[in-house]
Design a protein around this ligand. Structure first.
Ligand code: NAD
Ligand code: DGY
Length: 386
């Protein structure tokens, strides 16, 4: 059993004990908690992924709330441990919460917070960056240059794909998927095809209006289409970006059979969760189709990559950094802290988790509400009237 040893303590005499399993960016989140009578304990142990035992040791005998990370396994054991310690508040410092057993949390009366909205544009920007890097082979070209292999301009050197006029496909057109779609449509004049369980009405209106603007300016208008199956997107799009939640319905959504439906020169981007793609099948597909390219921020068994992936020139791989802008990470820390604080204080739940700006304004106190609690209904928590 590994026991965390190094802890940083803020406001030691605070009434409520709040534990953060990791140091988080910025200091506002600490101040917001200590100003409200919380003793904040931050685990500073040099171990990237804490085990369930590590976290149980952190929770101890008395703990009012925990801020945790997406790398941790928040299930029955941890929620019963937190509940025994008197805690009823937990927040992931992430919008995705596939690492959390929400039913177990609800069973023990623990509220589960997440951090939507503050990372939408940042994550979409990384998906756009991977799309561009893959289409213009930027990483390969950079390696070539640094290796001293460039000996002059050549007509065939690192020829890639033009995005303008091609079709971008989005699977999961929620907050991030829609933001990415807007960037690619507006920035590169791509046509859109998307698949989601729900209609992305605002996105459709945006593309329609932009298409009309282009037409009025004498340019070819952009178009959109909501596909009735995911396969339509895979067959038709030139660049496909995955943005669904990870659950039973999206596990291995992109598998061997579906990869084979995609265009030979297509680009696939994943900034959602690794298991949405069957990564072993992807490695085989990359080997057999050298013109097919991928940009991956997430992996099936993080922090590992499936054998062979790191050797593929047609793959760009980055270490789960899609939300890694300073503003966003500080905002995520703030939202996670306020979820925990709000539950401890008995505040109501914010009515619209997509409109979190009032919590992020450094110049005014945040609303007395929990920004986003995913099991609010199941726990019968009151909604804020603010
Ligand atoms: N790589 C990163 O650092 C990073 C950063 C932020 C979010 N994420 C991931 O992105 C996910 C999406 O975040 P969001 O804020 O856009 O969430 P969201 O809830 O706004 O969007 C998710 C969309 O997926 C759709 N969906 C669900 N099941 C589907 C299915 N079977 N087929 C197609 N669509 C389906 C939903 O209807 C919804 O529109 C998060 O859950 C998280 O896992 C990753
Ligand atoms: O779900 C999330 O928020 C990401 O994976 C980390 O930003």
């Amino acid at each position: 059993m590994a026991t965390p040893v190094s802890i940083e303590v803020w406001n030691p005499n605070g009434k409520y004990r709040v534990v953060s399993t990791k140091p988080m960016p910025g200091t506002r989140w600490i101040r917001l908690l200590t100003d409200q009578d919380c003793r904040v304990e931050i685990c500073t142990q040099r171990k990237t992924i804490l085990s369930v035992d590590d976290i149980l040791a952190l929770i101890g005998d008395k703990c009012d709330g925990v801020i945790g990370q997406l790398t941790e396994d928040w299930g029955e054991v941890l929620f019963s441990g937190l509940s025994r310690a008197g805690g009823r508040a937990f927040s992931n410092m992430a919008v995705g919460y596939n690492n959390v057993d929400v039913n177990a949390a609800t069973k023990y009366g623990v509220a589960v917070g997440n951090t939507p909205g503050v990372l939408t544009e940042t994550t979409a920007e990384l998906a756009a960056s991977l799309s561009l890097s893959a289409s213009r082979r930027i990483v390969e070209a950079d390696e070539f240059m640094r290796a001293g292999l460039y000996d002059g301009w050549l007509p065939h050197l690192f020829v890639g794909n033009l995005l303008k006029g091609q079709t971008v496909g989005v699977i999961g057109a929620g907050r991030i998927g829609s933001a990415y779609a807007r960037m690619m449509v507006e920035g590169f004049k791509m046509n859109l095809i998307y698949y989601d369980l729900y209609q992305a009405t605002r996105l459709e209106k945006f593309v329609t209006a932009y298409g009309e603007f282009l037409k009025a300016s004498g340019e070819a208008p952009v178009t959109w289409r909501r596909a009735s199956t995911m396969e339509e997107v895979l067959r038709e799009a030139d660049v496909i970006s995955l943005h669904p939640v990870l659950d039973k319905t999206t596990y291995h959504l992109v598998n061997k059979e579906r990869l084979s439906m995609m265009k030979k020169e297509a680009i696939l981007v994943n900034c959602s969760r690794g298991p949405v793609i069957d990564e072993a099948a992807l490695v085989e597909h990359l080997k057999e189709n050298p013109m097919f390219r991928v940009g991956l921020d997430v992996f099936e068994e993080e922090p590992y990559m499936k054998p062979g992936l790191a050797d593929m020139k047609n793959a760009i791989v980055v270490p789960h950094i899609a939300s890694a802008s300073k503003w966003t990470r500080e905002g995520m820390a703030t939202l996670a802290a306020l979820n925990v604080l709000g539950k401890i204080k008995g505040y109501p739940v914010w009515s619209d988790p997509n409109r979190v700006e009032p919590f992020l304004n450094e110049n005014s106190p945040p609303p007395a509400a929990c920004p986003s609690i995913v099991n609010a209904k199941a726990l019968g928590l009151t909604a804020s009237k603010l």
